[in-house]
Design a protein around this ligand. Structure first.
Ligand SMILES: Nc1ncnc2c1ncn2[C@@H]1O[C@H](COP(=O)(O)OP(=O)(O)OP(=O)(O)O)[C@@H](O)[C@H]1O
Length: 447
């Protein structure tokens, strides 16, 4: 069956008139087009693509490549100089911070106003307002004028509204970057569910976010589509081009390969490296700030147990407020049984701010033959000793799960989303999901 795409863009172009001096603008008006006092700048040139209903497509590209211009055209807030576009269904967009909000109105009033602008009836708004405000979760600020809001609060409120208006197409421009870790996780959970029924256009500089969320990506470069296709392929090509450019800027010469190149000899000899020691004395030390356990973390489960404390400690048991990536830590999880539990399993997952699982483990295998039964009202404490990976800068969280049974068949008694949040401030690792603490690295010249 033939079905129309959710987004159709054909030969879109946008030209801005650039005036070198403010008075040139006046001269242009006075000369009524008989002389030209500006030069043209094409922010978009001949951009064509389609997004099918139910697809999630990322838009990537360097600063100034035309991403926001494209989204504004698709949302109808900017008129293209040439080309045409069509978006099918109800479109909800999160573009510039605070756009569409009246600064003098309170958060509550703006939420109602925006929901109405996005097509909800008065009854629907009344029904959904509590859910919208709960999603935004900005406490008493909701009754303050939004001119007092931080950028994070704007994003919370803006996202909460677009998440509740039955949109067919969501257009999101880098907005999640200013939210805090908990909120970003919440948005990513929402987007993953939304993808099952709706279409998403997601602009980000963060290629791992695009690869994680999107099936397809469009790479814009100086206003033109450089490449479009599967997200992974397109992001990798974009990253390769970025690296090549950085190398050129740094003057790193490409090594020309010649026919006379000697055969590469592989060596199995162990190498030696003191990099971690060096890094820990440098500004690249991986300083990770650890926040307090969130007792009221969003959760689900059968309710037979509750996670009552989660802490990161030193291997000697001292509570940690900061951790250095690469060092030994102990994750302590205390669980209170609300029912008798014969075979409890306690587990954890560390996730990055996009909800990508980095690593995790559980007590099942260690205690499979000797389960630690616990009676209702009593607590069990699980501890996991491991080396903290070196984490790229950003926010992370730990989900904790308490189950009963076996690895494959169990009842989930309590799953606490984002029970513990931590933030990597500085890092020697900027790409990849985690850096592994290297025991040794060596580079030697072999005669
Ligand atoms: N009103 C305007 N007048 C003149 N030039 C503009 C205007 N708006 C945007 N531009 C230019 O158009 C180009 C594309 O801008 P756009 O904001 O779409 O890029 P972007 O890819 O979203 O960048 P970023 O990643 O920094 O948000 C930039 O060079 C920008 O300076």
């Amino acid at each position: 069956m033939f079905s129309e795409p959710a987004i159709h863009a054909a030969h879109l172009s946008k030209c801005y008139q650039i005036y070198d001096k403010p008075q040139d603008r006046l001269k242009q008006a006075l000369w009524r087009g008989r002389r030209k006092f500006f030069h043209e700048f094409w922010a978009l040139q001949d951009v064509s693509f389609e997004v099918q209903v139910g697809e999630t497509v990322g838009i990537i590209g360097r600063n100034g490549s035309g991403k926001s211009t494209l989204l504004q055209i698709l949302c109808g807030t900017l008129t293209p100089t040439a080309g045409e576009m069509a978006v099918r269904g109800r479109v909800a967009a999160l573009l510039e911070l605070g756009a569409g909000f009246n600064p003098e109105f309170t958060g509550r009033e703006n939420a109602k106003l925006n929901a109405a602008l996005l097509g909800l009836t008065a009854e629907q708004i009344d029904e959904r307002l509590d859910c919208i405000l709960a999603f935004a979760d900005i406490g008493e600020f909701i009754d303050q004028p939004v001119k007092t809001y931080s950028s994070g609060m704007f994003v919370r409120l803006g996202f909460a509204v677009i998440a509740h208006v039955d949109a067919d197409v969501l257009i999101i421009d880098e907005a999640l970057a200013v939210g805090d870790g908990f909120f970003t996780q919440k948005c990513m959970r929402f987007l993953r569910r939304f993808r099952e029924r709706g279409t998403v256009l997601f602009v980000s500089h963060d290629t791992s976010a695009v690869m994680n969320l999107c099936e397809r990506a469009i790479w814009l470069d100086r206003g033109r589509i450089e490449q479009q296709g599967p997200a992974k392929e397109t992001c990798e090509a974009y990253l390769a081009a970025l690296h090549a450019q950085q190398r050129r800027e740094l003057g790193v010469a490409e090594v020309a390969r010649t026919a006379a190149e000697p055969e590469i000899q592989r060596s199995a000899e162990p190498a030696v490296d003191q990099r971690l020691q060096y890094l820990n004395c440098s500004p690249f030390r991986n300083d990770i700030e650890v926040f307090e356990f969130d007792f009221d973390a969003t959760s689900f489960g059968a309710g037979g147990a509750k996670v009552v404390n989660v802490e990161l400690r030193t291997p000697d048991g001292l509570p940690l407020a900061w951790v250095v990536g690469g060092s030994a830590v102990r994750l302590m999880v205390r669980v209170q049984a609300l029912l008798d539990i014969e075979r409890p399993i306690v587990g954890f997952f560390v996730k990055d701010r996009l909800g990508q699982l980095l690593f995790g483990d559980n007590t099942f295998l260690t205690y499979a033959d000797q389960p630690v039964a616990v009676v209702a009202g009593n607590c069990v404490e699980a501890s996991f000793d491991f080396s903290m990976p070196i984490l790229p800068p950003g926010e992370y969280s730990i989900d904790i799960g308490v189950a009963e049974g076996s690895q494959s068949e169990h009842i989930q008694h309590h799953w606490a989303h984002d029970a513990l949040l931590f933030r990597a401030h500085t890092s020697s690792v900027t790409t990849g999901l985690v850096g592994i603490p290297m025991a040794d690295i060596q580079l030697r010249r072999i005669a």
